[in-house]
Design a protein around this ligand. Structure first.
Ligand code: ADP
Ligand code: MG
Length: 532
């Protein structure tokens, strides 16, 4: 099957626009939620653009490219996915108008690329500085990221926790700050109130200690991390051994017991009072550990072991024989706590941990999942702000500033590309326009007002203040976002748009992994009709 020329282009644009349209109404603090239902009837209720497009059952190749935009945004920044997708849809819609006027797609693509480059310059100019120590301002970023995400009730606490978490794991290398979000463990536990959520200067392990006789709580913990089983492997005993007398059996059992005892002794000799083992621990070894008063947990996830190492300073050892006092890590408290009926182990009070945990609580599974997503947006937003050190007001203010500047730039471009630059500029206004609509404002009036504000000096801070349904200086209102959300969204959106525009031939090929016989175009892909 094959579609060519304008047909292929139309199909691609239509499919990509459909994805954007599906998430558009979720944009901003007044955005609506979507309920996603899969074949098995499982439900996800969310306001998160990345989640929606990820869960959408999309087959169309061009639609998939838009989903890639969301994924890139999520990976690179962790927030701003809806913005990136909506922008892609609108860039394509405006391009379609130009195609209708007979402008060649390569001209449009070139104009868009020029506009996107200029947009980056403008954005760099409107960014304001933020430092890692400025907790208040960082908290505002977290709050902006979380608004309208079902985390509203505990927004203040959750934003504070996310800022503390980022500040704790941020690493300074020379003058550069880097944040690896993998060092923040987000653990969900249903039950309790959202306001019971907490930041642990350490790690939470969703496991229980191996023996009920072990202490439930160890203070001034000296922690050993072992990535090896405390068991006797088959190969270590002689499989051919033939036992002919009870004495022999006794000796054999004794030998095994001695070996396990020796292994445990190696741990006790280091002075450790807590052991986290990535592999199994033999029953008998558990007994010895218990007798030695050691708090032990087995089959801990590899990723948790790594985080624990970063939090406590312990080294993960693969061989028990190497274990030495200097390999141990420390924590104020290691304790097993029952939370909503399940045992969890908390490693708390680590000294300057480079990995921390956020324990998220909430009434129901749906609530807690949505809070987790909001929290991930907040962590991504604060992380990006700290790394780049530049932030901008929200509410469509930076998009408006870029649009305004692009119009001036278009005049200097000339030729047909000028039309494309202007179209790019118009497309950016989809962000403030959508925010205005979500607040019940008249979108045309709002845009007119915004344009005139942005003409004035210091007008670049004005955007749509959704809370009051007014055009306001959003910087003054404390609605701030990391610059990177905008630079990344504009870059990914324009790249995807260019790519889609350049396609004039869609050929079904069987080799490349996709399901054979997939129609390239051919109307709305299955699973998308219900989203509109
Ligand atoms: P995204 O997935 O793009 O982050 P969101 O639903 O989080 O989508 O909406 C983000 C948009 O909402 C941004 O343009 C941001 O500036 C805007 N926004 C957030 N809070 C406010 C607010 N109080 N007033 C106006 N705009 C806001
Ligand atoms: Mg967001």
């Amino acid at each position: 099957m094959r579609t060519t020329g304008r047909d292929a282009q139309r199909n691609n644009i239509m499919a990509a626009k459909a994805v954007a349209e599906a998430v558009r109404s979720t944009l901003g603090p007044r955005g609506m939620d979507k309920m996603l239902v899969d074949d098995l009837g499982d439900i996800v209720i969310t306001n998160d653009g990345a989640t929606i497009v990820e869960e959408m059952n999309v087959e169309h190749p061009a639609a998939k490219m838009v989903i890639e935009v969301a994924k890139t945004q999520d990976d690179e920044v962790g927030d701003g996915t809806t913005t990136a997708v909506v922008l892609t849809g609108e860039l394509l819609a405006k391009a379609e108008n130009l195609l209708d006027q007979g402008i060649h797609p390569t001209i449009i693509a070139r104009g868009y690329r020029m506009a996107a480059k200029k947009a980056q310059e403008v954005l760099a100019g409107v960014g304001k500085k933020v430092t890692i120590g400025d907790s208040k301002l960082l908290q505002k970023i977290a709050e902006t990221a979380m608004t309208g995400k079902g985390a509203e009730a505990a927004k203040e606490l959750l934003s504070k926790l996310s800022v503390q978490a980022i500040q704790q794991v941020a690493e300074k290398d020379g003058g550069k700050i880097s944040v690896d979000l993998d060092n923040i463990q987000v653990e969900k536990k249903q039950g309790g109130l959202t306001t019971d959520s907490e930041l642990i200067q350490g790690i939470i392990i969703d496991k229980e200690r191996v023996h009920a006789g072990m202490p439930k709580k160890v203070e001034r913990a000296k922690i050993a991390l072992l990535d090896a089983a405390i068991e006797i492997k088959e190969t270590e005993t002689d499989a051919e051994i033939s036992i002919t007398s009870p004495e022999q059996l006794q000796a054999f059992v004794q030998q095994e017991e001695n070996m396990l005892k020796e292994m445990v002794d190696q741990i006790t000799a280091t002075g450790a009072n807590v052991l986290f083992c990535q592999k199994g621990i033999d029953d008998l070894a558990q007994h010895f550990l218990n007798k030695a008063g050691i708090f032990a947990v087995r089959r801990v996830k590899k990723s948790d072991m790594e985080k624990m190492s970063k939090a406590t300073g312990a080294r993960v050892l693969t061989n028990l024989k190497d274990m030495d006092k200097s390999d141990l890590g420390t924590a104020q408290i290691v304790e097993e706590v029952k939370i909503s009926g399940d045992e969890m182990v908390f490693v708390r009070g680590c000294k300057n941990p480079k990995a921390v945990s956020l324990l998220i609580r909430g009434g129901t599974e749906h609530v807690i999942d949505e809070i987790e997503r909001a929290m991930n947006d907040a962590l991504g937003g604060v992380g990006a702000a700290v790394e780049i050190g530049l932030i901008v007001p929200g509410g469509g203010a930076p998009e408006m500033a870029v649009a305004q500047n692009l119009r001036k730039y278009a005049d200097t471009v000339g030729g047909r590309e000028q039309l494309a630059v202007n179209a790019f500029s118009d497309a950016l206004e989809i962000i403030p326009r959508t925010l205005a609509e979500s607040a019940g404002m008249d979108s045309i009036d709002t845009l007119v007002k915004l344009r005139s504000k942005h003409e004035a000096k210091n007008g670049s801070l004005f955007g749509v203040f959704v809370d009051k349904a007014k055009v306001e200086d959003l910087w003054g209102k404390g609605v701030v976002e990391p610059l990177k959300i905008k630079t990344q969204a504009i870059q990914s959106a324009s790249e995807a748009t260019e790519l889609i525009l350049r396609i004039d031939d869609v050929i079904a090929s069987h080799k490349s992994g996709g399901p054979p016989g997939m129609p390239p175009g051919g109307g709305m892909p299955p699973g998308m009709e219900g989203m509109m």
